[in-house]
Design a protein around this ligand. Structure first.
Ligand code: GLC
Length: 577
């Protein structure tokens, strides 16, 4: 077997300066050929010393993204907001929160990104607004104002209690009493995030107008938040309690209701149709079997985030209780989405986002080396069929933060989960252990740029703690180290651009029963690339049938052995058939 190191060497050179030669895969849209990078602006780069990131900070770091081969950046919300849920509570859909800068900063970001071939993708939070939004201020006044019907209002039960026993996703009742109007309003998330009433056509028009406002600014698409909750059930009835609080989780009561696709078809017509953009829906409650209605020829989005592979590690409920899972389960979950979109549709490939713990702590056995783990996942992320979504920090292998107490956490959901676990009878230590492992703040600690104070994130006091225990854990150090996670990601990104089969090829699973190896082939005409990733802590012999006569293109090991994969090693082979 000849190890093809020339390509890797070229890719490594490319890291310094030379852009890699990109094939032009036919038939795919730009967003299918590129890599999307998700930015949580509050934690990305601060240029003012405020301790929170801003738009100018993102503009200043665009070259980092260009070198990763990123073609689109999804920004989590940057709109004016009281920040109860860090921007997912929007008070104005067509402006910029002053903590992030100005509209001029936003326009500059779009223009500078465009120069580098990167498009900005906005987050549309259309299931709910903030209770500080003027629409809600008006709606809550009485039952006859012009926006009286823009939110979901209901009378109390005869005894004065909430209309149903639904528990919100962040904990506590999903209903809050409004004295002014003498009714309850529904909130799938926090009380400060009242749900919008999509049954009202004026409300829907106002939302589409907001989306078009950003299209006029030149954005490249939208990630659409919590979209499976926009259609409420025809009848509001109590659910079977699933906790000691006597409540039923709202997700089970309202997600993905019949009729939702009618709203989304309208959204597609009004916002997406005829434009060279992409939409990706956050579709909790939509499984691989539903995908035919959600993406593809007759679908409503270009892609949807489907979460079955991320939900494996947690036993469900309001908080996440860790559960044991097997590699075959992870592969089955990912491959189900692959199969469902093989002939029609497209999917995002992702292991992290701002709501998930860090992937190196999520998908590997205890004791796994985080750098090796990060490389294994990156190999899968960047070679599976679909558009890879890299979440900030994933490209340098950021792990979870070692939270010492619940008071260190900012996230509203983590506090709700902690309280709920206590009410369920768990000890404070157990409750903290659940939250520590799954808190969304694991993903929200600041990005690490260099060896300077606060890892170059801010000159002020960072709003969340900064990882400080590993000198190699920052983008500058990893740029200098040819063996770093960052340079591995750059190599993979380069390979992806050079080999059309990695974007346009079909995906064939290999070794589906293996509990150690995740292996698949990407096949296009006479070209075949094979990824083999060893998720276990033991060396595993390489089954001959994987890729006979193939050339090794990349290995995460310095000296890969011919017949055996080292623990947590990933390889990419290729052959011309
Ligand atoms: C989505 C977002 C999450 C937010 C929630 C409410 O799940 O990803 O961060 O808290 O919606 O908007």
């Amino acid at each position: 077997m000849k190890f093809v190191s020339v390509l890797c060497a070229l890719a490594l050179l490319a890291i310094a300066a030379v852009p890699c030669g990109a094939a032009e895969p036919g038939g795919l849209a730009w967003w299918q050929k590129t890599i999307v990078y998700q930015i949580y602006p509050k934690s990305f780069a601060d240029t003012t010393g405020s301790g929170t990131g801003d738009l100018a900070g993102i503009t200043a770091r665009l070259d980092h993204l260009k070198e990763l081969g990123v073609g689109a950046v999804w920004l989590t919300p940057v709109y004016p907001s009281p920040m109860v849920d860090n921007g997912y509570d929007i008070a104005d859909y067509t402006a910029i929160d002053p903590s992030y800068g100005t509209m001029a900063d936003f326009e500059r970001l779009v223009a500078e990104a465009k120069k580098r071939g990167i498009r900005i993708v906005m987050d549309l939070v259309f299931n709910h607004s903030s209770d500080a939004h003027p629409w809600f201020t008006e709606s809550k006044k009485d039952r006859t104002n012009t926006r009286a019907d823009w939110y979901v209002w209901r009378d109390a039960k005869p005894d004065g209690s909430a209309p149903t026993n639904w528990r919100s996703i962040f904990g506590g009742s999903a209903w809050t009493w409004c004295e002014e109007r003498g009714q309850y309003y529904l909130h799938t998330f926090a009380p400060q995030q009242p749900d919008l009433n999509w049954e009202n056509p004026d409300l829907r028009r106002a939302l589409y107008d907001a989306a078009r406002f950003w299209l006029d600014k030149g954005v490249g698409g939208f990630r659409v938040d919590a979209i499976t909750y926009i259609k409420k059930p025809a009848v509001f009835a109590d659910g079977v309690p699933d906790g000691k609080d006597g409540m039923a989780g709202i997700h089970a009561m309202t997600a993905n209701q019949p009729g939702i696709l009618d709203f989304l078809r309208e959204f597609r017509r009004e916002v997406r149709a005829g434009r060279d953009i992409f939409t990706v829906g956050e579709a909790n409650g939509v499984g691989p079997d539903d995908l035919k209605d959600w993406v593809g020829e007759h679908g409503v989005f270009d892609m949807v985030f489907e979460f079955s592979h991320l939900d494996l590690a947690c036993s469900g409920g309001v908080w996440c209780q860790p559960r044991d899972w097997k590699l075959t389960e992870l592969k089955r979950a990912l491959m189900a989405t692959q199969r469902a979109t093989q002939n029609s549709g497209w999917c995002p490939v992702f292991f992290e986002n701002h709501d998930q713990p860090r992937s190196v702590d999520h998908f590997f056995p205890e004791g796994a080396d985080p750098r090796r783990s990060a490389k294994v996942l990156a190999a899968v992320l960047l070679t599976l069929r679909g558009t890879p979504f890299i979440y900030q920090g994933e490209e340098i292998g950021l792990p979870n933060y070692p939270w010492r107490s619940v008071d260190e956490l900012n996230d509203i959901q983590s506090h709700g989960q902690y309280e709920f676990a206590l009410k369920e009878g768990f000890s404070p230590e157990q409750a903290l252990a659940f939250v520590r492992a799954f808190s969304r703040d694991n993903a929200r600690t600041p990005m690490l740029w260099d060896e300077g104070a606060n890892a170059g994130f801010t000159t002020g006091r960072p709003w969340l703690p900064v990882h400080a225990d590993d000198a190699a854990l920052n983008a500058a150090a990893q740029t200098r180290d040819p063996k770093s996670v960052l340079n591995w990601c750059r190599q993979l990104s380069c390979l992806r651009r050079e080999r059309e089969e990695l974007t346009a090829g079909a995906c064939e699973e290999l070794l589906p029963e293996s509990e150690e190896l995740f292996a698949f082939a990407r096949v296009l005409e006479n070209r075949r690339a094979v990824t083999v990733a060893n998720f276990s802590l033991a060396a595993v012999s390489l089954p001959q049938e994987i890729c006979s006569g193939c050339k090794l293109l990349l290995s995460s090991e310095d000296e890969p052995r011919e017949a055996e994969l080292a623990p947590l090693e990933a390889r990419i082979y290729a052959t011309e058939m």
